[in-house]
Design a protein around this ligand. Sequence first.
Ligand SMILES: Nc1ncnc2c1ncn2[C@@H]1O[C@H](COP(=O)(O)OP(=O)(O)OP(=O)(O)O)[C@@H](O)[C@H]1O
Ligand SMILES: O=P(O)(O)OC[C@H]1O[C@H](OP(=O)(O)OP(=O)(O)O)[C@H](O)[C@@H]1O
Length: 219
Amino acid sequence: MKEGWKSLAEYINIALPKGRLGEKAYDIFESIGYGCPSIREQNRKLIFENEENGVRYFWVKPSDVAVYVERGAADVGIVGKDILLEQGSDVYELLDLGIGKCRMAVAGLKGTRVHSDHTLRVATKFPNIAREYFRGQSQEIEIIKLHGSIEIAPILNMSDVIVDIVETGTTLKENNMEPLEDIVQISARLIANKAGYKFKNRQIREMCEKIAALREGKE
Ligand SMILES: Nc1ncnc2c1ncn2[C@@H]1O[C@H](COP(=O)(O)OP(=O)(O)OP(=O)(O)O)[C@@H](O)[C@H]1O
Ligand SMILES: O=P(O)(O)OC[C@H]1O[C@H](OP(=O)(O)OP(=O)(O)O)[C@H](O)[C@@H]1O
């Protein structure tokens, strides 16, 4: 093996979320020396590796990142806190990366009252977060599970409110809705498989330290 090149067992396997977080997530790894130039090519490949840097990247759906990491198919991954809360993933949360910042909120058509004696119909992609929140408020709810375009539900009177991500508030505003109650602040996290963190402790800690230093340099 060439000097400095890694054996397969030493590879760090990284699950990256496709979509809005993906590029920013990869940029972080590239900035700290874990680049894999072929990943920038526009193609349909899902696995990229750089033998020299000892890294292998997988592009997966954002909501699947924690599954790959929990099962050890990936050693580390980048995932929104919303997904971790919703899935209750059994992984180590190593760093808040300060990207993908938004909040989880209850929202509805302007003037909607959240609390009443009636069962509140809640449309959401995040049933566990919604249930937990309204349990804490002693508000009876019925969950309507959707996978996107959640804001439509109250407009069509299919739900009374939604529980969804709000960033700029534009989607709510343009659909005549408003945030009613904030539930939790969200940002992207670096997570690690629990066993992998033990076996590849030196490499993963080194990676964390470099990311933390990068973040400090930017603040
Ligand atoms: N409008 C937003 N602004 C900032 N961050 C967001 C926003 N929407 C989602 N996020 C964050 O980015 C992560 C990925 O969101 P994205 O929209 O790319 O995936 P998705 O389509 O929800 O995922 P999936 O296809 O797996 O359901 C979310 O888990 C959340 O943490
Ligand atoms: O406050 P804003 O800046 O408008 O962002 C919030 C919107 O972003 C997300 O939707 P996404 O674009 O992921 O589409 P989706 O409907 O498929 O979830 C989220 O579900 C909101 O609809």
